[in-house]
Each structure stands twice: as structure tokens, then as C-alpha cells.
Design a protein around this ligand. Sequence first.
Ligand SMILES: [Zn+2]
Length: 232
Amino acid sequence: MADLAVLTMPPKADTRVCETCRSWRRREHARCWNCQTAEDQLGFVTRVLPVSLYVKPSELREWVTFYKTPGNGARSYAELLKNTLRDFLEAYGSAIREDFGSLDFATPIPATKSSGNAVSQLFGPSSQLLAPLRNTLEFSTGASPKPGTYDPTWLDVTTNVRDSRVAVVDDVYTSGVHAQSASAALRNHGAEVPFILVIARRINPDFTVEAGALWEEQSALRYDLSTLPYWR
Ligand SMILES: [Zn+2]
């Protein structure tokens, strides 16, 4: 079993919750600032399914930051994350298929020099519970994604994805620059991207009093995979 005590269930929909990524939003907006910026720049934004919210610092943040760094604890953090994903998908994989449709494959955010194929290693063991993994993306030569700027031209789509239903998968989601740009690149090549699945979506409780209150509420709940999924 995964150690669910370090996870924080994303909130159900309400007036404080971003309809796209389940982080905090201002009441007068439909989305958080990140997701609204992605939509403004790309013309659309792809739904994000986080396994958990996280804050900085926290134990989950340690796992998702250091699992790919050789040395102290990396191997066990990777095992903990693989177990977390497996348990989440065993509990909710069929609900994901019912609610978002079946997938042809899932594609990881491409490797960088520092991360290797870390994301594939996390999602690989659970791929039968979601969809086969297929590498379809590479960062373009000379590409350097900038914080807050969403741009599909950073990514080359290296295989034919036309008319495929593809989920983008990644370890963490902060601004979503990588994942939303990847989704846009796939869509520009004719794929349908029903959602982005990530292990951990960051929330900043210090941003406003309301964001802090939402985090307090969610982190006080027991992470329980026997309940209905949070998006229902
Ligand atoms: Zn959002």
C-alpha cells in the first residue's frame, strides 16, 4: 500500500476551486491564474487530474523533487510514488475511463538532461491501469520554456498522433507551462487530449487568506481512495 498520509485530496468543485486543475481560484474567475493564463495564451486549456495537492515544503514535495536525483532516498521515493500512482489508478482508473473516455496511449513530458526518463519510470508500472505509455514529444532544439509562457513550439511531436486520444502525464504541476504546452502541441498535430494526469499539483496557501483556508480544509481530510473520485 502507498503511504496515503502524505497525500492531500484535491477539493471537489466549488466557488474557490479552479475548474481546470483543482487549485485555488479567485471567486470572480472560473480558473486559477495559471490556468487562465494558459487559456489566454493557447486559446484553450486542458483539464488536469492531480492525484494530490502539495505545498512547499512538505514530505510529498521531497518525494517528487528528489526521486530522480541519484543518491539519498531517490530509489525509495520513486517506489513510494509508483505505489501511490498504482493505488490511485486501481481505485479510480475505471472512473477516469467512464468520465473522460478511453485512451489510445499516455505520453510523458519529455526527458531533460537532469530528469532522464524519470516520469516514464513512475507511470510505467501502472500503465495497464491507465493506457500504454508512448514517447511522442521532444523538446525542440534550443527550446527554453520560460515561466508563465505557454508555447507549443517548444515541443516537437515525433510520431503520428492524429486522431489518437492521448493523456499527458507528469510528476508535478506548478504553472503547467510544460504540460499545457505539450497538450497544445499534441492537439496541433491532430490528437485529442482529454486530460493531463499528474501526481502532485502545487497550491500556495500563502497567496491569500482564502487559499490558505482551502489548503487547511483539504489537508485536514484523510486521503481516502474508497470514496467517489473528487471530480464527481
Ligand atoms: Zn487551475
